[in-house]
Ligand binder design. Structure first.
Ligand SMILES: [Zn+2]
Length: 408
């Protein structure tokens, strides 16, 4: 499906990754990243004999793409139904029981294809319902806001708690540059925040390999790093949100998503920064507060994790480390952590793309961040620098990090 040289290079690497992982039977989505590419959806649907199509939107994405897509499909003789999911009191669509059932009820039994037309949450709702009803779906992102479009995992809010359920990935992604360039600035900035998180998630993955013997895949790590570096090298273009910049970021998000899909786990793109972000999200859910964009939180927590890790390795010396395995790999761990950009540099990247750069900008209290630093490592059974620091700490980690040393 890929056309231009940079995409061909990625395709080539992905094929090598599939070979190394011996998962040749994997079904990967067809990827279309172009201007006006939604016009090709009717042809795709006809070719695969999808006759009854449900287009899933919210109020906003109905106007952005839902109505137009309905026209294109009906012109080609396809039967469509447009579903506009109901938002909460905060005017947000949430992937909870109510919305999942809403979509199940709205999806008629003749439906052969679902289209997720929106940002990350709409995708999660559609991937869950499609999987349960045995209906394939295609992805039409309306913003370059998250790296999970191609994911199998659906983060859902069930009984008020966030859980990721394994469902299905899309059979195709139609990323229309004309639509994506019109997305609000904060959504593209959130996509950039999700990308920025790879600075710390990739380091956490290496730490987990060293001290916890967790599976590691060098090519997957390099491909994820490539996506990150491409975005950093082109940050001016991404900040301008012109066609070129948007194409770069959506490609990076989709490609890092495909790497996770082939690996069948999210390690390269989810470490301590995502654990903090999930903790903050759960806290806001409990308080029934309006949710922040996933990537907006991840961008901010990446800077917090970078600051914590760097403080940890600069204040600790080899003599302080009691754990034999950590002692053995201490120099490497220190080098890895020192290779992460400074927290202030990460914050300046976030400011450049127009995203929130601090917990103050997200209106989150210090004490909630403090709780997340001390508890978020329990959210997942996954080794990270955050887990390591929590295992070594003598008393509670502080926040904000002041000039006094960490309690190690
Ligand atoms: Zn993420």
């Amino acid at each position: 499906m890929y056309r231009d040289v940079s995409q061909l290079h990625f395709q080539d690497e992905l094929n090598k990754l599939i070979k190394e992982l011996e998962c040749n039977d994997i079904n990967l989505p067809a990827i279309y990243i172009e201007k006006e590419v939604i016009k090709r959806i009717p042809e795709f649907a006809n070719k695969h004999q999808f006759r009854h199509i449900v287009i899933v939107t919210d109020d906003n994405t109905k106007k952005v793409v839902g109505d137009e897509l309905t026209l294109f499909l009906e012109k080609e003789g396809l039967i469509t139904q447009l579903v506009i999911l109901t938002p909460t009191e905060h005017n947000q669509v949430i992937a909870n029981e109510e919305t999942l059932v809403e979509l199940m009820l709205a999806t008629s039994p003749e439906t052969t294809l679902l289209i997720a037309a929106g940002s990350g949450t709409i995708h999660d709702i559609v991937r869950f319902v499609g999987h349960k009803m045995d209906i394939p779906f295609i992805s039409v992102p309306t913003a370059a806001s998250v790296d999970g479009f191609t994911s199998k995992g659906a983060p859902l809010i069930l009984r008020g708690k966030k859980q990721t359920i394994q469902t299905a990935s899309p059979i195709a992604v139609f990323a229309d540059i004309n639509i994506l360039v019109r997305a609000p600035r904060e959504l593209t900035a959130a996509g950039f925040g999700d990308i920025l998180g790879k600075y710390t998630s990739l380091v956490d993955w290496e730490i987990s390999r060293l001290i916890a013997n967790e599976p590691y895949q060098a090519r997957a790590a390099a491909m994820t790093r490539y996506a990150l570096d491409t975005c950093i090298n082109n940050i001016e273009k991404i900040a301008q949100r012109d066609e070129e910049g948007i194409k770069i970021i959506i490609q990076a998000l989709i490609e890092s998503g495909l790497v996770m899909l082939v690996l069948d786990y999210s390690r390269p793109a989810s470490g301590g920064e995502h654990h903090l972000s999930h903790f903050l999200e759960m806290d806001m859910l409990q308080k029934n507060q309006k949710q922040h964009l996933h990537g907006a939180k991840v961008g901010v927590t990446t800077a917090i994790i970078a600051e914590l890790y760097k403080k940890f390795v600069t204040e600790s010396s080899l003599e302080d480390i009691k754990n034999g395995t950590v002692k053995k790999h201490w120099r490497t761990i220190k080098e890895l952590i020192l290779s992460i950009p400074e927290a202030e540099q990460l914050r300046s990247y976030l400011r450049k793309v127009g995203g929130p750069d601090s917990i103050q900008a997200l209106k989150i209290e210090d004490k909630v961040v403090r709780a997340s630093l001390n508890q978020a490592h329990n959210l997942r059974d996954r080794c990270t620098g955050l887990l390591l620091i929590n295992q070594i700490k003598k008393t509670e980690l502080p926040y904000p990090f002041n000039s006094s040393p960490l309690p190690m």
